[in-house]
Design a protein around this ligand. Structure first.
Ligand code: PLP
Length: 467
């Protein structure tokens, strides 16, 4: 018998798409992914199998065995094609505001609040007392005001949008004075000079990279000056021979010359984090008190809430933003208001360090992480191959905040006789849910600072299945 004849014979054993779709094994994938998607995937599996049979000659499998092989492959390909679906992961990196892992996890209160308004109708733009149209975001804005001391506030999609919005509304066609030390790039696509250019304003650089004085700003102010912009160089620091004017100094100059002083604060640390080693993040409260006209900061960095950009400042200016045509394009939805409101209420109660996960993580001591690490490794099966240790190390704040702060922590290290660190990390990422670790000194390191208590048992199971 010729090889081609054998292959043709095998090919005839392959079930048709219609037969496969009617097979009992198809009903569960169809109910999960839909008929169209399953048909497309089955066609791809069949094509690949047909090619294999033609190349490798005959198979000794009967029709049923081929069918079950096809459904196995279908499951694998459906699983792997949904790997990019947005889902929970366990952050064992110790980077608290990990931008790639979604920055701040929300507090229980914030989750409850957003689920409540997601599930039903809400008073988003409705005044329940009078039964007439109400103002969107009014409650949350009032919380921002009472926490920052600002006269008025407005919320947009993120801090990048906030900065662009403020520049577009107040500086288009004019000059904006910025210190050369603050012409920074914050994470790839947010570059201060580019944002300024896009907003239609002209950049007027003053001072030097390391030192800029009040007099530099004063000298640069002219007829066309609309704004003095201060930007927090979030993710990097110039150290050594440096100087920059205080916000209060700049506010005096701005007032005298009738220009707007705007500070892009970035992280928005409302809580005092000095006790946890974070003492070089500007505070919106301090900037407003020092006379800054407008500040902008992120909702999902050190504030610990949902992604959004919070703009706070003088009410005359915030009113102009509210009436600006761009606002409609940049405003946030009800889920964001709900989550942000509940997050800010934690600050109001004075419970931010217990209720807001990012702040709870940042304030956890090394010894507390070590106690958890010790308890966790007690639950690991002993294995000849897998060496587990606890060592001292450092966590990171992340989110472009406090780059010099590295909270002390206790790390669980995994070292396997036959599996490389990269392979262990990859197996842990293949876990359900994926576990994201870091590799240092050729070992996988697990930092429990960013792992929630109720995720620890999943971590134990995943490590136990390594050996
Ligand atoms: C992080 C940051 C931004 C961007 O904030 P997003 O909320 O991520 O858009 C803008 N400016 C500064 C100074 C920042 O630190």
């Amino acid at each position: 018998m010729s090889e081609t004849a054998a292959s043709t014979n095998d090919l005839s054993k392959l079930p048709s798409i219609d037969q496969l779709l009617m097979n009992d094994a198809a009903s569960s994938p169809i109910s999960q992914y839909g008929r169209t998607r399953v048909t497309v995937e089955l066609r791809a599996v069949l094509d690949a199998l047909r090619r294999e049979l033609l190349e490798n000659g005959h198979s000794h499998q009967d029709r049923d065995a081929l069918s079950s092989m096809i459904f196995d492959r279908l499951t694998t390909s459906l699983n792997s094609s949904s790997i990019g679906k947005l889902r929970r992961v366990i952050n064992a990196t110790g980077v608290v505001l990990h931008t790639n892992l979604g920055r701040a996890p929300l507090s229980e209160n914030a989750i409850d609040a957003l689920v409540e308004v997601a599930r039903s109708y809400s008073n988003l733009e409705f005044d329940v007392a009078s039964g007439t149209r109400g103002k969107r975001g009014e409650y949350v804005e009032s919380l921002v005001c009472s926490l920052t001391g600002a006269e008025a506030a407005i919320i947009v999609n993120n801090c990048a949008a906030a900065a662009f919005f403020v520049l577009s509304a107040f500086a288009t066609g004019g000059e904006v004075i910025v210190s050369r030390g603050e012409l920074v790039e914050i994470g790839g696509d947010f570059r201060v000079p580019d944002v300024l250019e896009r907003s239609g304003a002209t950049l007027r650089e003053v001072g030097t990279t390391n030192r800029t004085k009040v007099a530099d700003y004063e000298r640069a102010i002219g007829e066309n000056t609309k704004m003095m912009l201060r930007v927090h160089p979030s993710n990097y620091r110039v150290v050594g021979f440096t100087s920059a004017p205080t916000v209060a100094d700049l506010a005096t100059v701005a007032q005298k010359s009738n220009v707007i002083l705007f500070e892009d604060i970035g992280s928005g640390a409302i809580a005092d984090l000095a006790e946890y080693g974070i003492n070089d993040e500007p505070s919106p409260v301090a900037s407003i008190a020092a006379g800054c006209d407008i500040v902008a900061f992120s909702g999902d960095k050190l504030l610990g809430g949902p992604q959004c950009g919070i703009i706070a400042g003088r009410s005359e200016l915030i009113d102009r933003l509210r009436k600006h045509p761009l606002y409609r394009a940049l405003r946030v939805d009800k889920l964001t208001y709900a989550a942000l409101g509940a997050t800010l209420e934690s600050y109001e109660r004075g419970n931010e360090f217990t209720e807001i996960p990012a702040l709870a993580s940042l304030s956890e001591t090394r010894s507390s992480v070590q106690v958890r690490a010790n308890e966790l490794i007690q639950k690991l099966m002993t294995s000849e191959n897998l060496k587990v240790e606890i060592v001292n190390g450092n966590s990171a704040v992340g989110g472009g905040s406090a780059p010099l702060t590295q909270p002390e922590t206790a790390l669980i290290t995994l070292d396997h006789e036959t599996i490389s660190a990269e392979e262990i990390a990859s197996k842990l990422r293949a876990n359900e849910p994926p576990i994201i670790t870091r590799i240092e000194d050729d070992r996988v390191m697990i930092d429990l600072r960013t792992v929630a208590m109720n995720e620890e048992s999943e971590l134990v199971d995943a490590i136990n299945s390594l050996s």
